[in-house]
Design a protein around this ligand. Structure first.
Ligand SMILES: Cc1cc2nc3c(=O)[nH]c(=O)nc-3n(C[C@H](O)[C@H](O)[C@H](O)COP(=O)(O)OP(=O)(O)OC[C@H]3O[C@@H](n4cnc5c(N)ncnc54)[C@H](O)[C@@H]3O)c2cc1C
Length: 447
């Protein structure tokens, strides 16, 4: 397969760029798209602005797992709702998004992992999620043909997957049919602030007046917000994916062990990745945020490889402008689509590991490889909050590597935050103030 969304993709949503709206949503990833969708379905005049293409960045490049398993307990009820919402949304799209209930399985190499999984299970039970432990023999029976034997597994039959590069543009289609105006190739340079509150946005095409703005800018949110004095310790890490050519079915669901994560795609191939491996390009934000990340580094000291500097134009590259005038070109329009090169050595290792894990599958040929920049927070949960100091501003960002599956749940919450309706979930954990109110960074308990 060739990766479907790039700078060369035709513009599906040219606008028109309106002069006013009830709500402007910045960012056409899964979070912005779902927020716009629920706002439009609720009768708001919403404009969704995307600097490149809908789902051009992380939201199309991810593994496509719609996963309740292993989630942070504060996210779990939202994720369980998102699971239900995905089914509803899949019936409203006019294309097949590949939504499949294949389950998710974490394969335990050591007995200690089984203990961690067992400790997490009560959270699943409390949220009504059907996760359970499998013995070594049950694991081998669930996924036959594996050359490794495992101590057991954590398995959630109701977890799903979808094809992200089809699904998120299809959700944008639902939003547009509900009345949302979507403008691609339209970077927001700055908020328009008047009398201390949001008055709208200034884009590369002009001004849009709006009393409410939602920032759902993925890896760019921190850069955008800092210009307005809102500091979030957001960083981005590179994650590489290898896509095989079609192969026999080894297992209909998604699974991961300590070396490799795999899931079948609708086209008959597998998407492969190295579960716990990420690469951080060190830049000024990384230095600034380091103290907040110490808890994460202690919990997983070898999970992230450091690289000296980000390529030109990346959000945390050394040369990326941190200040710009609202009438000048901004870093957002200088890079329409953040498209990191995949780690080729990792692609080779994944090919070898998959072939070794399933010796009877035959030759494994890689059809395509890509990478995405995952935006993350020190406590691996997002910021979903209104900004007290700037009335009219709402943030939904920092989905920390698991925002695709939870997208509809978070979009519904963000829409409710804007309209003042009940969010239906406890959002305390996701508050913006946790980074400066003296709170210790709390990671998990997630597995
Ligand atoms: C390799 C990989 C594997 C992953 N696997 C999974 C998985 O299996 N399951 C899962 O749940 N999650 C997964 N994730 C994480 C998931 O993809 C993200 O958490 C999610 O897509 C984040 O969505 P978002 O809308 O917040 O950000 P994004 O998708 O990054 O969207 C933000 C958008 O905002 C636009 N934008 C930014 N600034 C501006 C501006 N100033 N003006 C206009 N537009 C702007 C950007 O161009 C971008 O399109 C994975 C991520 C990667 C990279």
């Amino acid at each position: 397969m060739t990766f479907p969304i790039s700078d060369a993709s035709p513009v599906t949503w040219p606008g028109p760029h309106p002069v006013r709206a009830d709500v402007v949503v910045i960012g056409g990833g899964v979070i912005g798209v779902c927020t716009a969708l629920y706002l439009a379905q609720g009768g708001q005049h919403v404009v969704l602005l995307e600097k490149g293409r809908i789902a051009g960045e992380q939201s199309s490049r991810n593994w496509g797992w719609i996963r309740q398993q292993g989630r942070d307990p504060d996210e779990l009820p939202i994720m369980a709702e998102a699971n239900r919402l995905w089914r509803v949304l899949a019936s409203q799209t006019n294309v097949d998004i590949g939504l499949t209930t294949g389950g998710v399985t974490y394969l335990a190499v050591k007995a200690a992992e089984m203990e961690e999984y067992a400790a997490w299970l009560p959270h699943a039970k409390a949220a009504g999620v059907d996760s359970r432990l499998l013995s070594g023999a049950e694991t081998a029976a669930l996924i036959p043909g594996m050359s490794r034997s495992y101590a057991g597994a954590l398995h959630t039959p109701s977890d799903m997957r979808a094809e992200p590069w089809v699904a998120v543009p299809a959700l944008a289609g639902i939003a547009a049919r509900a009345g949302a105006v979507i403008v691609e190739n339209c970077a927001v340079r700055a908020l328009d602030i008047a009398a201390g509150r949001v008055a709208g946005v200034i884009t590369e095409q002009g001004r849009i007046a709006a009393p409410d703005v939602v920032v759902a800018g993925g890896a760019w949110s921190g850069l955008f917000l800092r210009r307005h004095g809102v500091a979030i310790p957001q960083l981005s890490v590179r994650a590489t994916v290898a896509a095989t050519a079609p192969l026999p079915v080894v297992h209909p669901g998604a699974a991961t062990d300590d070396r490799i994560a795999f899931r079948p795609r609708a086209d008959g191939g597998y998407s492969l990745a190295a579960g716990g491996f990420h690469e951080l390009f060190v830049g000024p934000d990384a230095f600034r945020a380091l103290p907040k990340y110490l808890a994460q580094l202690r919990a997983d000291p070898f999970g992230t490889r450091l690289l000296p500097a980000a390529p030109r134009g990346f959000p945390d590259a050394w040369g990326t402008a941190r200040r710009w005038g609202a009438e000048e070109q901004s870093p957002f329009e200088r890079m329409r689509i953040l498209n990191p090169a995949p780690n080729r050595a990792k692609v080779k290792a994944l090919t070898r590991d998959f072939a070794a894990l399933f010796p009877e599958i035959g030759p494994v040929r890689i059809a395509s490889a890509w990478a995405g920049m995952i935006d993350t927070m020190p406590d691996v949960v997002p910021v979903v909050d209104r900004v007290a100091d700037i009335p009219g501003l709402t943030i939904g960002t920092g989905m920390s590597g698991h925002g695709f599956g939870i997208g509809p749940g978070m979009g519904k919450i963000l829409a409710a935050l804007v309209t003042g309706d009940k969010a239906g979930h406890d959002l305390t954990r996701f508050r913006l103030s946790r980074f400066n109110d003296g709170s210790a960074m709390q990671i998990g308990p997630s597995v």
